[in-house]
Design a protein around this ligand. Structure first.
Ligand SMILES: Nc1ncnc2c1ncn2[C@@H]1O[C@H](COP(=O)(O)OP(=O)(O)OP(=O)(O)O)[C@@H](O)[C@H]1O
Length: 247
C-alpha cells in the first residue's frame, strides 16, 4: 500500500497542498480529480519524489516503510513510475533502445512490437524513430504507455494521460490502466476530466490543495459535476470567498 499521511506542500509561503491524506491499495484503480490548478500534478510529483518536491509536512509510506526522504531514483527502483503530462524527449535514443532500457530489460523483440501495437503505433514505422522532438507529443505519450506495458511498475501515476492524445484513444488508455491492475500494479489517474476518471474504482476530489471528497468514483464524479462544474471560484478556498463578500 502507498500512503500519504497529512501532507502539506508550500512554495515560498504559497500552500499548494494542505494537510491531505490519501492511500492506494493493490488491486484497485484510483483517480485524483480536480479542476486546473487544484494541486493534482503536485501530488504526483511528491509521490515520485522529484527534486524540490519534498513535503513541507507529513510523510509518505510504501508498504509501511517511510520513503519521504528517498529520491526519485530510489523510488523508481521501488516500482513507482510517473507518466508525465508532457512526455520527456530523449535525444539520440531510439524507441527500441528506450523501451528495452538499452537492452537491459528482459523482453523479447516480439514483446516490444506487441506493446507498440497495443498503443496504436506500427512497430515497423516507429521502432527506430528517435524519442526526440521528431516525435509528436502524442506519439511520445504512446511510447511512454508502451514502456508501462513492458516495465510493469507497481504504482503508475498517469498525469493527464489523455492530454495530447485524440479522444478516440480513451479506450486504449483505459485498457492500459486495466492492464496495470491485471499484473498486480496500482494505477493512479490524475485528471480534470470525468470521462477519464470513470474507469477507476475510487477517486479523490481535490480543490485548492484540499480533499473535498473521497469515495467510489461514481459518487465523486457526481459531486464534481454538481460542485466543481458549476463553481464560479475554482480553487479559491471558501474562507477567502467569505472574506471577499464581507460576511
Ligand atoms: N513551483 C511552484 N511555484 C509556485 N506555484 C506553484 C508551483 N508549482 C505549482 N504551483 C501552483 O500550485 C497550484 C497547483 O498546481 P498543479 O500543477 O499541481 O495543479 P493541477 O491540479 O495539476 O493543474 P492542471 O490540471 O492545470 O495540470 C497551481 O496554482 C500552480 O500554479
Amino acid at each position: 500500500m502507498l500512503k500519504l499521511e497529512n501532507i502539506s506542500y508550500s512554495v515560498s509561503d504559497k500552500k499548494i497542498l494542505d494537510n491531505i491524506s490519501l492511500s492506494f491499495s493493490v488491486g484497485k484503480k484510483y483517480s485524483i480529480l480536480g479542476t486546473n490548478g487544484a494541486g493534482k500534478s503536485t501530488i504526483g510529483y511528491l509521490i515520485m519524489g522529484l527534486e524540490d518536491y519534498k513535503p513541507t509536512e507529513g510523510k509518505i509510506f510504501l508498504d509501511g516503510k517511510d520513503i519521504t526522504q528517498k529520491n526519485v531514483y530510489e523510488r523508481s527502483r521501488l516500482g513507482i513510475t510517473l507518466m508525465w503530462q508532457e512526455p520527456a524527449r530523449y535525444e539520440g535514443l531510439n524507441v527500441y533502445t528506450y523501451l528495452t532500457l538499452g537492452g537491459k530489460l528482459d523482453v523479447t523483440k516480439d514483446e516490444v512490437e506487441e506493446a507498440l501495437e497495443k498503443v496504436g503505433l506500427d512497430p515497423f514505422l516507429y521502432m527506430k524513430r528517435f524519442v526526440d522532438k521528431s516525435l509528436s507529443g502524442g506519439e511520445r505519450k504512446r511510447v511512454e504507455l508502451a514502456s508501462i506495458i513492458l516495465l510493469k511498475p507497481k504504482y503508475v501515476i498517469f498525469d493527464e494521460p489523455d492530454s495530447g492524445i485524440d479522444i478516440m484513444s480513451l479506450d486504449m488508455i483505459n485498457n492500459i490502466v486495466d492492464y496495470v491492475v491485471s499484473y498486480g500494479g496500482t494505477p493512479i489517474v490524475i485528471t480534470h476530466r470525468e470521462e477519464m476518471a470513470y474507469n477507476t474504482d475510487e477517486a479523490y476530489l481535490l480543490c485548492a490543495g484540499k480533499i473535498l471528497a473521497h469515495d467510489n468514483t461514481k459518487k465523486v464524479i457526481e459531486i464534481f459535476k454538481n460542485l466543481c462544474n458549476a463553481c464560479d471560484h475554482p480553487n479559491v478556498p471558501v474562507t477567502k470567498e467569505l472574506k471577499i463578500d464581507g460576511r
